[in-house]
Design a protein around this ligand. Sequence first.
Ligand code: GCU
Length: 672
Amino acid sequence: MNFEQLWLTYVKKENNKEICGIRHIYADCDNPTATHGAEELLLALEVMTGSKPVLHKTPMGDDAEEKNAESAEIIDRIKLCIVPGMKAESYHIYENENWIMIEASDGKGILYGAFALIRQMQREKSLKGLNVFKEPAAPLRMLNHWDNMDGSIERGYSGNSFFFENNEIIVNERTKTYARLLASISINAVVINNVNVKDNATCLITDRYFDKLKELSESFAGYGIRLFLSLNYAAPMELDGLDSADPLQEDIKQWWREKMAEVFTKIPNLGGFLIKADSEGRPGPFTYGRNHADGANMLAEAAEPYGGLIIWRCFVYNCRQDWRDKKTDRARSGYDNFMPLDGEFKDNVILQIKNGPMDFQVREPVLPLFGGLKATNQMLEVQIAQEYTGQQRHVCYLIPMFKEIMDFHTYVAKEKDTVCDIVTGRTFGHTNCGMAAVANTGNDANWTGHDLAAANLYGFGRLAYEPELTAEEIASEWIDLTFGKDEEIKQILLFILINSRGIYEKYTSPLGIGWMVNPAHHYGPSVDGYEYDRWGTYHRADHLGMGVDRSDKGTGYAMLYNEPNASAYNHMETCPEELLLFFHHVPYTYRLKNGKTLIQHIYDTHFEGAAEAAQMRKQFETLKDRLPEKIYKRIDERLLHQEEHSKEWRDQINTYFYRKSGIMDELGREIY
Ligand code: GCU
């Protein structure tokens, strides 16, 4: 089949005596997920050593082959063992008298431990003295696919869906490899269909699709992954012709009770549902004068007997705004809609909150529902499909940005107040919480279109399980695993990845203002593309300055944060400069902390960003003989496109603001 194995590409380690010594695996666990752990070790070791170790499905007791004196020093066996009492999904790997032990709470822990050991071996880190104990941080570590049933993917930049084609569900070798890839980075939940549920996708909760969904969910279950579906809130009307979807109406409640009973019985491994309601034209409880708690709780009550979760998205805003209206602020809407409902949601409801108040821009402040909500289960939603960050044609490693978001202090509590603390349950003791990423995969051979975009998929999973890892550590791991142990490759790719977000930010929209993209497809520069539109996304530039006044004198958005964040954002002098235009309308002549005027900053960063994009490609080209030709060519083509496209960004942005402001570049560079 035409697809690659990404970071599960193993290579021979024939000169590594430690790895080659391992000849036995003892898997004393009668558990399908743990068995997959043993199989993964066999698979990896077979490639690395050239022959398959022996699998013993017994405890390592009397029948364990005796070591002779000269082999006594060699690690020759791995033992997998489920140990009751450990935290769910955790593992402990250690070396013990020349064998490696993987102890875990459950099958998932064994599987994650097995992959952790494989990583160690792939990277040729010594196994002697190994002692690693890991517990998951976020309980739910989830991917959201925006795949449509006709095979297209909303905001998909790496081919078509590998879950759907012509309104049918696909279960095959690729979906199995997908599950293995996810298990290797500890992802434990997946939504396979688009949040915009229309047409046939509404029928996923009917007989027509149950058999295939059951098959897929069982295949996922073996790898510790729970299947979720996006739900159409108006399903009772669209599927059964009811005249309403009012959450407080008894016949609607009864319809959902019966539907949930049917769905959870037919798809036993189903985790629950993701719902986009009253958002961008999707149906929801507003139509009936009800609120989001009414809607979510109605579904949650029906799903509760089956342990089902209702994940309700907070991406709710007025998408029919008049651009002349300066009082309405899209940034406020998530907070204004959901904050008054804090404490009203049932325990099996989780609010899924985008990282920022707008929509996955390259720079946004953290959405203040984090730090506002105290009595509601919360999940962070990020997007690794790079809709606004280069669409997997530009390289943009997003893990540094995710780290910033997770490390943000909300001041909701005296300690344990970061976004990471909240979504891992540390702040409020919640257990229904976690992290979701809008997926960046498709049926391209390399899964993510841009080979380097796979680092975002890998990184998201690693970060959700172990948020203490740094963005550099994650990138290094991914490079080693994907491209093998080669210092030269590592140094150059690491440089590219770590700097990529900053470079992208420099040549696109400045200082947190966002947007300035072509409407609809969102690719490439168009400064006024959204300026006179209905979507609530404006830069408000005139001949004197630009930016949106969200201070207490403007829309008041800055005041939605807890102190001291509110005061810091509220004043131009204390506002973090990278967010200055998000929070303030600023004159072009305003001096930034480094003494440069705003307009000069715009010119400088855009010239720098485009030059750095060119530099990235130059650096990459030194790897021509070190990487497989196919991969080298694929990446080089995209870096070339990025270099050209960054110039388009540079020139359109610089020209636009030069023409608006009439202020020349101090360095006299070419602006049109
Ligand atoms: C963005 C994106 C849409 C998507 C929406 C969402 O607006 O452009 O395609 O449906 O986010 O998150 O629901």
